[in-house]
Every structure is written in C-alpha cells, then in structure tokens.
Design a protein around this ligand. Structure first.
Ligand code: FES
Length: 449
C-alpha cells in the first residue's frame, strides 16, 4: 500500500492502464490483495472498469482467480468489497457491446498470438506487427495470422495426396504434364505469368462496370465487361492448375499461406463464374455484386501470393549467385573423385558439387534452384543430375533444368585438371547463356589424351 500511496502522490492516475487495458485494481483483485483493493477503492478506483483484452471487471478477475485458488488469499474478502462497489446494472446495450468486444479481442488475440514482448530478457519482439504504418501492420497481421494456423497442415497433406493420386492416374504423362504446368519449358515459373490474365481482365471488367454505372453507355460496354470476366475465368483456371502444381512442394508457413491463397482464388473464381452466367442472362446488378466481391477476394489473395514469392521465396531462383572464383582454383585431387558419385567441395565459401561421369568432370553450384536443396545429396539418372528433395533433373553438360519443379538452371563452373588437381572457375551467366559450355576445358582434354 505504501507503493500505491507513493504512486498516487506522484500524480499517477488511479485508473491508469497497462498494455492489456487492465488497472492496478484488476491486478490487486486477481492476486487476492484485499487490503490493496480496499485502499484503491477508497482512492476512487473504478470497480466497473473493463480491461481491453478480456473485457473483464476487477470483480471478474477476482472471481476467476478465486475459482482457481479457493476462498483463501483474500479473494473472498476482496470479492465482497468489489461486489458492494461494483455497478449493479450496466445498461444491457453497453453490456453486450463490452462482452462482444472482449470475445472478439480474445479470439483475435488467440488467432494472431501477437507478440508484445518488450523486455530484452524475453528476446526481441516482432516489430513488424507493432510498429510502422497501419497498412503494413494490418497486412502483416493478416499474413502472420494465416501462416500460424497449423490446423491447415492436415488438410494440406490430404490435398497433396489427392493431387499425387490424380497425377498417378495420368501415368507416364504425369511428369511432362507437371513440367508443362511448372514452366520448365519456359525457364520461368508459369503461374505468375498466367495469373496476370485474370487480374488484368477482371480489373478491366471492374472499370467497365463502374463507368457504365456512373453514366450508362452503349450495350457494347456490357459485352466487353462480360468478355473480360469470361477471359479472366479461363485465365483463373490456368492459374489454379499451375498454382496447385507449384504449391505441392512448399513447406510450413509458405504451405499454409499457399492454401489460403488458393482457397480465396477458388472462391473468387466461382464468384466470377456466377457473374459471367448472370451477365449472359441479363442479370447485371447481381453479376456486378458477385464480380466486385470476387475482385476483393482476388486482391486479398494476391497479397498472399506476393508474400509467397518475396518473403518465402517460392518460385525464385535459389542458386548461389556469387560470381566467384573468377580465376581457376584447385578444389580436389583428381583421384578423390569417384565415377558417378557427386562430391561436395567448398570453394572459398561457395558450395560446389563435382561430378565425374564417363570420364568427364562437371562442377555445379551446391544448391538446387527450386528450394535450395543440397545437391551434393543428389544422384545421377540417365545422364541427368537429380535433386534429392523434389526430383528436379538437370542436364549434366549445361546444368539446365530438364524436369521440374525447378525451372532455372544450376549455377555452373568450368573445370580443368592441373598437376592432378581439379580446378574450377565460375562461368559468368552471360557467357553460359551464349555458349552453354560448362564442362571440361583445356587441362582436362590434355589429361584425357
Ligand atoms: S529443392 Fe525442390 S527440386 Fe530441388
């Protein structure tokens, strides 16, 4: 109580709140400090004040803890004091609003599990959800909230197994089909290319609808909007197929974000499908409502799609982009490299894999461009180098991806033999693009001859 008196004499408000919106009276009641409760009430503390996190009054906090600890520890007396002072009747609308607010805050708090740690002893807090512009914080809360829903893992695995079953039905054509959908033939993931079609077409439809609503135009406007919606639906189906094919290899947070990304897109696609049908039947008001809803979902989903690429690096090239070493350096004695056995070496901090196949020595970067798997754990299959994680295959001559999910090539090095040593140097990507050359140079040829 001395502490309370000191704080009050220092002009600390008796109903000052902490980060959870609770007052010192809440804390005193929760701890069963009946003397402190009486003292605070005598100094005007509000017994009816609700904290902002759970929406509870000091009396509720006291009863909650009393339930746990029994009538001892002053909770019984504190409860009496608070029950006498607590407002007997909050008007029911306020009660309902306060209760609803408490429930919403509680549910949102559990959903987000927002990190409010401030103490250095507890480690750094996640400032992305507490600092910065409101737009960024809301976006971060949204994305993190999705990524933390671990209950999505189970349906995610079921979906993946379902996809494996469907691709299994296709038989020997499954791999070429998946390569087509991944974009191996394009040397770039196909999904982001295709998704531009629905986003662009549906944006055009939204603009046409809006202009027509503000000032009615000729019928051609509505037909153009209908065509844009239909084009977007076709592109959306392509986006769904390519996105699902790429998603099946993701993990953890990216996997969960990808699931919601796909689910939102599926709902948006359905809404646009309905909108297109309504437009054909002349129900333009309903068609515009459903397409506007679909557009909102598409934007929410697009944010997650961007996060998958820029935060989780799904679809980006994972190879080590360093251009070192620029000059030949020895990395292994020739006798240590066995035939058809990928061998990891470290070249000034750059992980490299050496392969001897049919007398020819190749050197590639140690990371798979798809998701960064350690290629030293891969193996050879029919003159191709296979990634150990998801089975991408790479040409042994050039490092180019011949089968997905990887769409980019392995980073490549030139090799030569000097005095029984295997030496390598990085091939600049521009040179690789023009010559496609990676393998043995003069030293090795001399050695072979
Ligand atoms: S990490 Fe996925 S194929 Fe290599």
């Amino acid at each position: 109580m001395d502490v309370i008196d000191q704080l009050l004499s220092a002009a600390t408000p008796v109903d000052g709140v902490d980060a959870d919106g609770s007052t010192v009276l809440h804390e005193a009641a929760y701890s069963g400090r009946a003397d402190s409760v009486r003292h605070l009430l005598a100094h005007g503390a509000d017994p009816g004040r609700r904290d902002t996190r759970f929406g509870g009054t000091p009396l509720g906090w006291c009863r909650h803890r009393r339930h746990e600890t029994g009538p001892v520890n002053g909770h019984g007396y504190g409860e009496q004091l608070l029950a006498q002072r607590a407002p007997t009747g909050i008007p029911w609308p306020q009660n309902i609003v306060a209760l609803s607010g408490g429930i919403v805050r509680h549910v949102v708090g559990r959903f987000m599990r927002i990190d409010h740690r401030d103490s250095p002893a507890e480690g750094p807090r996640d400032s992305s959800v507490t600092d910065g512009p409101a737009v960024r914080r809301v976006a971060e809360l949204y994305a993190q909230g999705v990524e933390r829903q671990e209950w999505l893992n189970k349906p995610g695995y079921k979906l993946e197994h379902g996809m494996a079953f469907v691709f299994g039905l296709v038989g020997a054509r499954a791999r070429p089909l998946q390569d087509l959908l991944h974009g191996v033939w394009l040397g770039h993931p196909l999904h982001p290319v295709i998704t531009d079609i629905p986003v662009g077409a549906w944006t055009a439809a939204l603009v046409l609808d809006t202009v027509d609503m503000i000032a009615p135009r000729p019928a051609g406007f509505r037909q153009a909007a209908q065509m844009s919606v239909g084009l977007g639906v076709v592109g959306g189906i392509g986006g769904a197929l390519t996105g699902l094919t790429d998603w099946q290899h993701t993990h953890d947070d990216a996997r969960r974000a990808g699931m919601l990304h796909g689910a939102l897109n599926a709902v948006a696609l359905s809404l646009y499908g309905l909108s297109w049908r309504d437009r054909r039947r002349g129900r333009h008001v309903r068609a515009r409502i459903t397409s506007t809803l679909g557009y909102g979902l598409t934007i929410a989903s697009s944010y997650l799609g961007g996060r998958l690429v820029f935060r989780h690096r799904v679809g980006v090239d994972h190879v080590d982009g360093r251009l070192t070493p620029r000059e030949f350096v020895p990395v292994l004695t020739e006798t240590e490299l066995a035939e058809d056995s990928p061998t990891a070496v470290d070249c000034s901090g750059v992980p490299v894999v050496l392969i001897r196949h049919e007398g020819r020595i190749s050197a590639f970067g140690g990371q798979c461009p798809h998701l960064g798997a350690p290629m030293a754990e891969g193996w050879l299959h029919r003159d191709q180098f296979v990634c150990p994680w998801h089975g991408s295959r790479f040409d042994l001559q050039t490092g180019a991806a011949t089968s997905g999910p990887a769409t980019s090539p392995l980073s490549s090095f030139q090799t030569r033999l000097r005095d029984g040593q295997i030496e390598i140097r990085r091939i600049p990507p521009a040179q690789l693009a023009t010559t496609g050359q990676t393998a043995i140079t003069e030293g090795a040829q001399r050695h072979e001859s």
